[in-house]
Design a protein around this ligand. Structure first.
Ligand code: GUN
Ligand code: FE
Length: 523
């Protein structure tokens, strides 16, 4: 049996390009939950012929027809969110990072020592992130093994795709919320990894939806001994993802440098590679920098997600790029905790300027060039919204602030000091997340062979969001149709959804072909 969606479809292609197809036909294989095929443009009168071309008769398919004002798009990928901080959303915006951790965050996280409290809280948290359209999330749990195992169980039961990690933190944390030793932290980490890897995969042969991720909270909260042991654990398990915070706040950066002087660091387990012989860090590691600390302990690699990266220097950018690690840009949080405006345009230009002479600047993502990968994170509750839509809006505003402050962008750059276009915002929220999570071939866009992780969006008036006007102003007012082409209309629907949409506009949320949330699912 096959489910076929017929109607408008929007999907990213590259940092500068996306496709808007008003009359697409997309088939999902029910047994695997993968996208079987996509037809770009099918006239209503040719629908049966198109199905027949794929060997499908009326009895083999369920056709889901989308209405005007509805469209299909890939699910959002939130590459940085703290599940136990969701109950704190909207509190504590008066603080900067280190005070905010002490006064707001650690007291809440400590409550998750109670596994029953954790399970009940996470049941509400995960429902919310799904209904906001996040089909994949990189979750921080707390330092607790049982509570974080409960987080993984809840996500698994809902059917969301996720990476789940327990915080490693054995110093510079309050007495009531700190691990007793590096060894205790490592033992609990091993136990959580085993727990998550024992969760059954979805039916149909797809890879597991919930996967473990190493989560040293940030350098400040980890002793040299703990980072050393985490590095060994990572080295022995190259498939294990890693997430941490980097270069978020000036006070944090200064304290990190103080804690990790260059002569206290081991040599990185692998020398830094040259990047295409042109832009490389010639065998040198960044002693004295924040990125250099993580690199010394083997924490930077292709499946590493680095949250914030607001104040990286040039040397750090090159180290991160050379290691193939990815960045989670968290603009809502960076504004809210007054951390700063990340120069994401500059980072993106690092992502496309990589040499090899004639290497195409905007290569399709499947070619996998060695570039700096960037994505979006909500960073709840440093960020006050669990919605990647809010992260996109604030990423746009952040890029405009940077552009206003630097009105003369350097020539021969594409993104540096310029506002991010819609295509770029869409990419960061979807395929960029897939790139950063090292899942570029499986999720992030609506293409044959990828998992059907998708949203049915509606900007119609009946979605109930007063900020999205409806499909057509003239129709709404009873005036004649404005006569825009269908593709232009779809571009407009997308922009309105990205800037004015919320969970009311997200009708259905699918992961690996399964309907798991959205407004219709809850109704
Ligand atoms: N750095 C260390 N812990 C945290 C956290 O919980 N949130 C943010 N935004 N930064 C951190
Ligand atoms: Fe964070």
């Amino acid at each position: 049996m096959t489910t076929v969606f017929y109607g408008a479809l929007i999907t990213p292609v590259s940092l500068t390009e996306h496709r808007t197809l008003p009359h697409a036909l997309l088939a999902v294989a029910r047994d695997t939950g993968d996208i079987a095929w996509v037809e770009d443009d099918v006239h209503p009168s040719a629908l049966q012929d198109a199905l027949a071309r794929h060997g499908l008769g009326a009895e083999d398919v369920d056709v889901v027809e989308l209405k005007l004002g509805e469209f299909l798009m890939p699910g959002f990928i939130d590459t940085h969110i703290h599940a136990p901080q969701v109950p704190n959303i909207g509190s504590g915006q008066q603080y900067e990072l280190l005070d905010w951790l002490d006064h707001v965050t650690f007291p809440m996280e400590a409550r998750f020592a109670d596994a029953d409290f954790a399970r009940r809280t996470y049941t509400s948290v995960i429902k919310r992130t799904i209904d906001y359209g996040s089909t994949t999330c990189c979750y921080y749990g707390t330092l607790h093994l049982d509570g974080t195992a409960a987080l993984a169980d809840v996500i698994h039961a809902y059917g969301q795709r996720a990476f789940v990690g327990k915080c490693n933190m054995d110093r510079n944390s309050p007495d009531y919320y700190v691990e007793s030793s590096a060894d205790a932290s490592i033992a609990a980490t091993h136990a959580l990894i085993a727990h998550i890897r024992a969760l059954p995969p979805p039916p149909g042969g797809a890879e597991p939806l919930v996967r473990p991720i190493l989560t040293p909270r940030f350098a400040i909260s980890c002793s040299h001994e703990l980072l050393g042991k985490l590095g060994k654990l990572a080295e022995a398990d190259p498939a294990l993802h890693i997430q941490t915070h980097i270069s978020e706040n000036a006070g944090e950066i200064a304290f990190t440098r103080e804690l990790f002087p260059p002569d206290s660091l081991p040599a990185p387990p692998k020398p830094l590679p040259m990047v295409n012989g042109i832009d490389g860090v010639k065998g040198k590691s960044g002693g004295g920098t924040y990125a250099g600390v993580y690199d010394a302990f083997g924490m930077l690699r292709e499946n590493t997600v680095l949250a914030h990266a607001v104040h990286l220097d040039e040397e750090e950018v090159r180290i991160i790029k050379a290691r193939g690690a990815g960045i989670s840009h968290c603009p809502t949080s960076n504004f809210n905790l007054r951390s700063g405006c990340a120069r994401v345009g500059m980072l993106l230009d690092h992502g496309i300027k990589v040499g090899r002479g004639s290497f195409p600047a905007y290569a399709p993502f499947l070619l996998r060039p060695l570039v700096l990968q960037v994505s979006l994170g909500t960073d709840v509750s440093g960020g006050f919204s669990p919605s990647i839509l809010a992260a996109m809006q604030h990423a746009s505003m952040c890029s405009k602030v940077v552009a206003m402050q630097s009105p003369h962008p350097p020539p021969n750059t594409r993104f540096t000091d310029r506002q991010l276009p819609i295509a770029t915002l869409l990419y960061l929220a979807t395929q960029g997340g897939a790139d950063v999570c090292d899942m570029r071939d499986r999720v992030g866009s609506l293409a044959p062979g990828k998992a059907f992780d998708a949203l049915v969006v509606s900007v119609r008036s009946d979605a109930g969001n007063p900020a999205t006007w409806g499909v057509d102003m003239d129709l709404e007012l009873g005036v004649r149709d404005g006569g825009k082409s269908a593709a232009v209309e779809l571009e407009n629907f997308l922009e309105r959804f990205l800037f004015c949409g919320d969970d009311r506009n997200i009708r259905r949320v699918y992961v690996q072909g399964r309907l798991i949330g959205g407004k219709e699912h809850r109704a």
